[in-house]
Design a protein around this ligand. Structure first.
Ligand SMILES: NC(=O)c1ccc[n+]([C@@H]2O[C@H](COP(=O)([O-])OP(=O)(O)OC[C@H]3O[C@@H](n4cnc5c(N)ncnc54)[C@H](O)[C@@H]3O)[C@@H](O)[C@H]2O)c1
Length: 261
């Protein structure tokens, strides 16, 4: 499906990113992997870097090629390290990295953002999301949080609400649309990876267990990776600005409660 393509994938040293890289290679793609931790099997195309600050992002951008087909933004953190650091990695850093690389993505290429069911509240919290996405570049995140009354405990869901809103906005921006670059999101529910253990301590066992029981099991990274790669492929050429719920039906189940059907 992705034979001959070159993908830049963040978060390749664990969980969903690792499986996505493995499957992309099996589909005949070349992968340039990025992570702050070394991968279990160090390939030639791995760049170690921390995407949480402008300096870290610049250092990685400098090492990447001038042309590639798609950027798959998989790296993310659970919120355990606090809202400021979580927003830096899961949203403001991701956006700055993507905007810096957009001119290098070939015409007709794409960006895939791994969001989450945790971003479900973006519509309910639309004014806050609009204000926080409206801040350009990589801002003073502490100041942005203060201005928008953001408490430390909501870092993770808020980061994914911003990512879902920005995915839709970016799909229409000249930087992407001007060269036919599609920007989409995939939203998993609970997935059996390292981060799930942290979600249990951040969100509580009850919330995680309730999400899992609604759909019968947690996902594995192998449930998520093919959908990320589908969105990166030419088969998804008419999908733009979309969010695919890849959660076994969790969003539909929550919709039924929230919308009362
Ligand atoms: N596992 C779940 O239940 C779940 C559910 C919904 C969404 N997600 C999202 O899926 C994505 C992947 O998560 P996962 O489940 O594979 O978790 P994971 O912890 O297994 O993998 C995340 C990877 O991102 C890397 N990373 C974190 N911060 C980084 C930084 N500053 N710079 C570079 N690399 C960094 C980590 O080193 C790690 O290898 C995340 O965006 C997460 O929010 C996960």
């Amino acid at each position: 499906m992705n034979l001959g393509k070159t993908f830049v994938i963040t978060g390749v040293s664990s969980g969903i990113g690792a499986r996505t890289a493995e499957l992309a290679i099996a589909q005949g793609a070349d992968v340039i992997g990025i992570d702050m931790k070394e991968p279990a099997s160090a390939g030639n195309n791995f760049i170690k870097g921390d995407l949480s600050s402008p300096a870290g992002i610049d250092a990685v951008v400098k090492q990447l090629p001038q042309r590639f087909d798609a950027l798959l933004n998989v790296a993310g953190v659970s919120g355990k390290i606090g809202a400021e650091a979580t927003l830096a990695i899961n949203f403001y850093g991701l956006r700055a990295f993507t905007e810096a690389l957009a001119p290098r993505i070939r015409e007709g290429g794409s960006v895939v953002n791994v969001a989450s069911i945790a971003g479900y509240g973006w519509r309910a919290n639309l004014d806050r999301a609009k204000a926080m996405v409206g801040v350009q570049g990589f801002p003073d995140i502490k100041a942005v949080m203060e201005k928008n009354g953001v408490g430390n405990e909501i870092g993770y869901p808020l980061s994914k609400e911003l990512l879902l809103l920005w995915t839709q906005k970016a799909a229409h921006e000249v930087l992407f649309k001007g060269r036919g670059i599609r920007v989409n999101a995939v939203s998993p529910g609970p997935v059996e990876t390292q981060i799930l253990k942290e979600f249990r301590s951040v969100l509580g066992d009850e919330r995680v267990d309730s999400d899992i029981s609604r759909v019968g099991r947690a996902a594995t990274a192998s449930d998520i990776a093919p959908v990320i790669l589908f969105l990166a492929s030419d088969a998804a050429r008419w999908i733009n600005g979309a969010n695919i719920a890849n959660d076994g039906g969790l969003e539909a189940s929550i919709n039924a409660d929230v919308l009362g059907f």
